[in-house]
Design a protein around this ligand. Structure first.
Ligand SMILES: *Cc1c(COP(=O)(O)O)cnc(C)c1O
Length: 425
């Protein structure tokens, strides 16, 4: 079994908690920068390449600004994410809007700031046209869903046939004909077929599907696809026994298919886009929490000061997140625990039957790989509040990049009535 290392030590945690109480999400600037640089290198063979960071994974402007140093744009899926891109002064070409079931006001805002709109369905052409006063933007993208099962070799990776996103093969061809007839000039295609893939073959396999579609669209509709968006889905090794993806191998794999399919079809100028979220950040964030209770009943329980509102993935999908007890990195894992939060929900468990070293009250537990889809999925059930987010900088110092919520934040939406004044008294 492989091992998973933390980027923060017990000494550092003891220092941080003097200023910022647990629980908190901590991000590793050095790791984020090294990974972003490597992604850029992996696709440097493609002239127009751009990563549009999937904002929903970690919607924090401080983190996003680090990624922007590496040329990353933003992939937005909602009004507030578009507002964030606008406030960060992204240029129009740096903003992708890959939404679905999109409300009119979100399209309106996307049009206003000039984001590239990636249509989820053929019916959205008319919907958007009405909002845009009859004139579509010059650049448009469409999302493809081939249906069926997405297989690599004999392994089923995911089930696009059961996914709500994207257009069928027939509809996407029709959509491009319509867009062309309505004066759209620049075209792109997009697809997201499998999530959290731990395989260097996912992107190349998806690329082949999209590249062949681009060639077919050129033949059947006369539109020239200028960008192909491989979207997200490149995963991370949450479990110690998994081998992490090698982004340089993935980039070369896409390059090979590009040379085989697009170049001979005269489409060698096509720009490759990605919309990675998890791969950009998950390993470079962790949730630091303190053990505050132990219970010896039908099982052995360790209760933390964090709960599922701080990290929902285990409760929501039974997702595995590795746990390290700070300062006990080399101790034998000879105890079996359920590690729980405090919600009145029995699925509020960060780990079930997990082998860990003996945990003492006051120990700090580091829950790994929470840098993406971690804090972001937080909620306020049971009246619990979201934690702070902290950045461990390259020089070892720590910067608060989001404060923890307070009861005032929780009650804010009652600020129109007397109750608000009473409850905060
Ligand atoms: C969620 C999402 C992403 C990012 O997915 P990851 O698995 O985090 O890489 C990218 N594009 C779209 C449209 C998404 O919905």
């Amino acid at each position: 079994m492989g091992s998973k290392k933390t980027f923060v030590s017990l000494e550092q945690i003891k220092d941080i908690v003097k200023t910022y109480p647990t629980p908190f999400h901590l991000y590793d600037e050095k790791g984020i920068r090294e990974n972003a640089a490597k992604l850029k290198q992996a696709f440097s063979w493609n002239k127009g390449y751009r990563e549009y960071f999937a904002v929903k994974a970690t919607p924090n402007p401080f983190i996003i600004n680090i990624l922007r140093d590496y040329g990353c744009g933003l992939d937005c899926s909602s009004l507030t994410e578009l507002m964030m891109a606008n406030a960060l002064e992204c240029k129009p070409e740096e903003i992708m809007f890959s939404s679905n079931d999109t409300p009119a006001e979100e399209y309106e805002y996307a049009l206003k700031i000039g984001a590239t709109i990636n249509l989820d369905d053929i019916t959205h052409i008319e919907f958007l046209e009405n909002i845009a006063g009859g004139k579509l933007p010059e650049t448009m993208s469409c999302r493809f869903n081939p249906g069926g099962y997405f297989k690599m070799g004999t392994d089923i990776m995911d089930n696009p046939g059961d996914a709500k996103y994207g257009m069928t093969h027939e509809k996407i061809i029709e959509a491009f004909k319509i867009l062309k007839s309505k004066g759209v000039k620049h075209f792109g295609i997009h697809s997201f077929l499998a999530s959290n893939t731990v395989s260097n073959d996912y992107y190349p396999t998806l690329a082949k599907i999209l590249f062949e579609l681009a060639v077919e669209l050129k033949e059947k509709t006369g539109v020239s696809i200028e960008f192909i968006n491989l979207s997200g889905g490149v995963g991370v090794a949450y479990k110690p026994e998994q081998t992490p993806n090698d982004i340089l191998v993935i980039g070369e794999g896409v390059h090979k298919v590009f040379d085989e399919v697009l170049v001979p079809a005269g489409l060698g100028d096509v720009a490759i886009f990605t919309e990675l979220g998890r791969f950009m950040l998950a390993p470079y964030g962790c949730l630091v929490s303190q053990a505050i209770h132990e219970k010896h009943t039908h099982k052995e329980y360790i209760g933390l000061d964090a709960c599922a509102v701080n990290l929902m993935r285990p409760a929501m999908y039974g997702a595995y997140h590795h746990i390290t007890v700070a300062g006990k990195e080399d101790a034998v894992c000879d105890h079996t625990y359920d590690v729980t939060g405090s919600l009145c929900e029995n699925n509020d468990k960060f780990a079930i039957d997990r082998k860990l070293p003996k945990i003492d009250m006051g120990d700090y537990l580091i829950i790994h790989d929470t840098g993406a889809h971690g804090f972001a999925m937080g909620y306020q059930y049971n009246g619990k509040l979201r934690s702070s987010e902290l950045l461990l900088k390259e020089d070892g110092s720590v910067e608060m990049i989001r404060r923890a919520e307070t009861p005032k934040d929780y009650f804010q939406t009652f600020d129109f009535c007397d109750f608000y004044k009473k409850v905060l008294n």
